[in-house]
Design a protein around this ligand. Structure first.
Ligand code: ADP
Length: 301
């Protein structure tokens, strides 16, 4: 296990930001920590990176305890905080050499060169950070987070404020990094999780409300809702016989609402049913309940 969190609670004065949170993250997993603003995501990440202590509970990163072995924990972790604090007056190369110097990295010049290549900063490497676009600043943030080759990469809202092209580039970079590192990132955007994460932990008001592989969550929660109008009267009992249809609801006249959690498109089952029963389909409309709706449902309370 790369990350093990046991019953962590964090109080800010009287306010409970995290309430007995427990979860694990395996090696080389990309896990999305998803929740609305104020859910406790940053607090959890600051605790894991030893910036603030928990009020109760414990956690380990690569087997090291965050309270009693915080120096070791910091060596294992690369951290990209929410507001990517960079020295805007420094040049890209100069900044990365400065960060690498703090970690006392050997062959620093060659390591910085590798980082610049890995994060696609070649064209901008001789500019001042203040002159870079937000997307390139995020690349610099990522380069400084991985310069000491940590096993675990923790990123707080790494794509907030990026335009669609920058977003795609940074997501690609995170996915590539996830092949050799354990990655935990926070986001309040569902699509982000669907695009890059193997697993998702949904947090709301300091509590975990879901923790599952992204594909399972998609499978269990995606629902097809079909509104269909036939040319003739048809009984509810007969409609229940359509392959893969689980729920049948009468709307009006010969119009029905049918639902299914099947991963196959059920429209062909409805057409086959119509043909077999000498019915014509006059209108047919399919909607899908997406993970986005599930997230809303889990976090609206
Ligand atoms: P998220 O990252 O999910 O938006 P945070 O971890 O930043 O959530 O915040 C969780 C809760 O804790 C919020 O209600 C926030 O207002 C509160 N909080 C965060 N940091 C502090 C702090 N330093 N002092 C007091 N309350 C805080």
């Amino acid at each position: 296990m790369s990350i093990q969190v046991n019953n962590i609670t964090k109080l800010y004065g009287a306010q409970k930001a995290l309430n007995t949170i427990s979860f694990e993250v395996g090696s080389n997993e990309i896990v999305g920590f998803l929740g609305p603003n104020g859910a406790g995501k940053s607090t959890m990440m600051k605790i894991l990176t030893c910036y603030i202590p928990p009020t109760e509970g414990s956690a380990k990163v690569c087997g090291f305890d965050i309270t009693s072995q915080s120096l070791e924990v910091r060596k294992q972790i690369g951290y990209l905080p929410e507001h990517n604090p960079l020295y805007l007056d420094m040049y890209v190369k100069e900044f990365l050499e400065f960060v690498g110097g703090i970690y006392k990295i050997k062959n620093l010049k060659s390591r910085v060169k590798d980082m610049i290549e890995m994060t696609g900063l070649q064209v901008e490497q001789n500019k001042k950070i203040g002159a870079l676009s937000k997307g390139y600043r995020q690349r610099v943030g990522l380069a400084q987070a991985i310069i000491h080759d940590p096993k675990v990469l923790i990123m707080d809202e790494p794509t907030t404020g990026l335009d669609p092209n920058q977003l795609e580039e940074i997501r690609g970079l995170i996915k590539a990094l996830g092949k050799e590192k354990t990655v935990m990132l926070s986001t309040h955007i569902m699509q982000e999780v669907e695009a890059i994460c193997d697993r998702v932990i949904i947090i709301n008001k300091g509590e975990i409300v879901a923790n599952d592989e992204t594909k399972n969550l998609q499978k269990n929660t995606t629902q097809q809702i079909i509104t269909v109008e036939f040319d003739k009267e048809v009984s509810e009992k007969l409609l229940h016989k359509i392959t893969n249809i689980e729920k049948v609801k009468h709307l009006q006249g010969n119009t029905w609402q049918l639902s299914s959690t099947s991963t196959e498109d059920v429209r062909k089952d409805i057409f086959n049913f119509a043909v077999a029963n000498n019915l014509s389909v006059l209108t047919l409309n399919k909607e899908e309940q997406k993970m986005e709706d599930v997230f809303k449902e889990l976090t609206k309370k």
